[in-house]
Design a binder for this molecule. Structure first.
Ligand SMILES: N[C@@H](CCC(=O)N[C@@H](CS)C(=O)NCC(=O)O)C(=O)O
Length: 118
């Protein structure tokens, strides 16, 4: 089962690399603004998770440089479980106005980013 999951994961990564969406190109000014705005965002993810790939593709399409962390690493997994409430990826950590919000569900994350930055 683990081996099968590994093979499927590699397949997803391979297809993602071959059919990578075009990265949005912004003016230097716009990119600097986006980079500043997204500093407060962190994507908890697994490299080969299809839902995480879906979100990373959306980030690329939008030209968003959001920090990603590998939730398989014990330290990040613990933070996700304790502060987010469950170990499920992708999860977007939004730290703004002295509040931290943990957003689960790939579709919700993509919708949030599109509404905020499109
Ligand atoms: N409906 C969720 C599905 C996310 C999901 O199933 N993620 C899996 C990884 S592919 C997960 O976090 N499983 C829990 C675990 O691996 O501990 C979404 O669209 O984000």
């Amino acid at each position: 089962m683990r081996a099968l999951r590994w093979i499927v994961g590699r397949g997803i990564l391979g297809l993602n690399a071959v059919f990578a969406p075009k990265k949005a190109q912004h003016s230097a000014e716009r990119q600097a603004w986006l980079d500043q705005q997204t500093q407060t965002l962190t994507l908890y993810q697994y490299e080969a998770c299809p839902f995480c790939v879906k979100v990373r593709r959306a980030l690329r399409r939008q030209g968003l440089n959001i920090k990603t962390v590998d939730a398989k690493q014990a330290e990040h997994k613990a933070v996700l479980a304790e502060q987010g409430g469950k170990v499920q990826v992708p999860c977007l950590r939004i730290a703004e106005n002295n509040e931290v919000q943990w957003m689960y569900e790939s579709s919700s994350i993509i919708q949030y980013l599109e509404q905020r930055f499109a």
